[in-house]
Design a protein around this ligand. Structure first.
Ligand code: NAI
Length: 417
């Protein structure tokens, strides 16, 4: 086991955090026990680039229980928890990364993971996969495939595939029901507000909250904002999703009109320049801007900086930009994904990551067991079902089963006779 982390002496504190999340990740713990018995990853090296915090370390420990040599680095220098990495290293995971790495250090750590010549990579944002294709293509020969955690990573990989540039199979873990229905929606919805409320100590009730993008993350954020008593406005570019937002009871309008009313704006589109250029002219005095999309490109900080006359860091995650007309606009967590990169960003609750990481673990196993051609693959529906059943069991929820007669009926076309 090797590591390059902040401080190995932080391990005892990290171990406690890992113990806590394990208690709340019963599905992954069940899979860990199966892996321990069956050792599906014997002789396999798995490299990962995931937010380095207790829940992901627990995924690393699950893969290790299955016999893998595991090497991990973070996918965002600001989301790394140094005590968790120390604990992971103590528990035998090869661990690279620390909070606040520079961009250069970030890429150094990615390369250190690749130095292990992994058989499987697990990515969150496709940085490892991209780096392999761009700079280290010799690794493709040994690589059995990869798993991708987030929407933005899948977009990148599908674009690579369409350009005939993707040379390995990748499981689109993000696109499984157990991921986006729960992680993107309930996870992002809750953790975005956990972080914003912790950072700002301001009330949400009675505020006008603008949610940009009504995808799986956006609808979770809108749902939680509504539940907290906010007046919610949604902005969209997709007419179907805009219509859904409208029928879910929210106001829907253009971003510039929405900004005139917003007390808090949260972007979650996976796209860039959602608030940029002239948009800042419409932002009200005192408005807070936050982002929950994968990259820090949704609020164009350069455009904001170019239009302000002064900027001041009020708290570690609150920067005030004073505009020429005296308005103050607050950017939270530097426009990075607020629920992970912010000071109060702990990511999604463990019960939610239980589902996403169960999907990751079983998808990695599929890559070992099946020889797959290059491409972006949907995970098997049967895996989604299996994980959902396990989760319901751990929640003591029983459901009905189809009778034989019902099965026949549901598969018949001549139902009237
Ligand atoms: P999605 O594809 O379901 O939804 C994105 C929505 O944004 C779409 O409805 C799209 O029409 C809309 N959109 C695109 N450009 C827009 C624009 N200019 N203005 C308004 N709306 C626009 O994606 P999903 O799953 O909701 O993910 C969104 C982002 O959040 C991605 O970057 C993803 O990687 C990231 N993500 C972040 C998480 C977190 O913990 N913060 C968790 C999961 C995903």
């Amino acid at each position: 086991m090797a590591y390059d982390i902040k401080d190995i002496n932080l391990a005892p504190q990290g171990e406690k955090k890992i113990k806590w999340v394990q208690k709340h990740m019963p599905v992954l713990e069940t899979i860990k026990k199966q892996f321990m018995e069956e050792k599906p990853f014997e002789g396999i090296t798995i490299g990962s680039c995931l937010h380095l915090e207790p829940k992901t370390i627990n995924l690393g420990l699950t893969l290790q229980a299955g016999g893998a040599e595991v090497v991990m680095t973070g996918c965002n220098p600001l989301s790394t928890q140094d005590d968790a990495t120390a604990a992971g290293a103590k528990m035998g995971l090869n661990m690279y990364g620390w909070t606040g790495e520079t961009n250069e250090e970030y890429y150094e750590q990615l390369n250190k993971v690749l130095d292990y010549e992994p058989d499987i990579v697990i990515d969150d944002g496709a940085d490892l996969i991209f780096l392999i294709h761009k700079e280290r293509p010799e690794l493709l020969e040994k690589l059995r495939g990869g798993c991708e955690e987030t929407t933005t990573g899948i977009h990148r990989l599908k674009a690579m595939f369409n350009d005939n540039a993707l040379k390995m199979p990748v499981m689109a873990v993000n696109d499984s029901y157990m991921k986006y229905l729960f992680d993107n929606r309930y996870g992002t919805g809750q953790s975005t507000f956990d972080s914003i409320m912790g950072t700002t100590n301001t009330v949400i009730a009675g505020q006008t909250v603008v949610v940009c993008g009504y995808g799986w993350c956006g609808r979770g954020i809108a749902m939680r904002a509504d539940g907290l008593g906010a007046n919610v406005i949604v902005t969209e570019v997709d007419p179907i999703r805009a219509l859904e937002a409208k029928m879910d009871g929210y106001r829907v309008m253009t971003v510039q009109n929405a900004l005139k009313e917003a007390d808090l704006v949260i972007t979650a589109t996976g796209n860039k320049d959602i608030i940029s250029g002239d948009d800042f002219k419409y932002v009200k005095d005192g408005c807070m801007l936050a982002n929950s999309g994968h990259f820090n490109v949704e609020v164009n900080e350069n455009d904001l900086a170019a239009q302000c006359v002064a900027r001041e860091q009020l708290k570690p995650d609150i920067e005030a930009f004073t505009m020429e007309d005296g308005r103050e606009i607050y950017l939270l967590a530097g426009g990075r994904l607020v629920n992970l990169a912010g000071e109060h960003g702990q990511g999604h609750p463990a019960e939610i990551m239980d589902l996403s990481f169960a999907m990751q673990a079983l998808s990695a196993r599929r890559l070992v067991e099946e020889d797959m051609e290059p491409g972006v693959y949907k995970t098997a529906d049967s895996t989604d079902m299996e994980i959902a059943r396990l989760k319901l069991q751990t929640m003591n929820v029983e459901i009905d089963e189809l009778s034989d007669d019902q099965k026949v009926y549901m598969n018949s076309w001549d139902v009237g006779t």
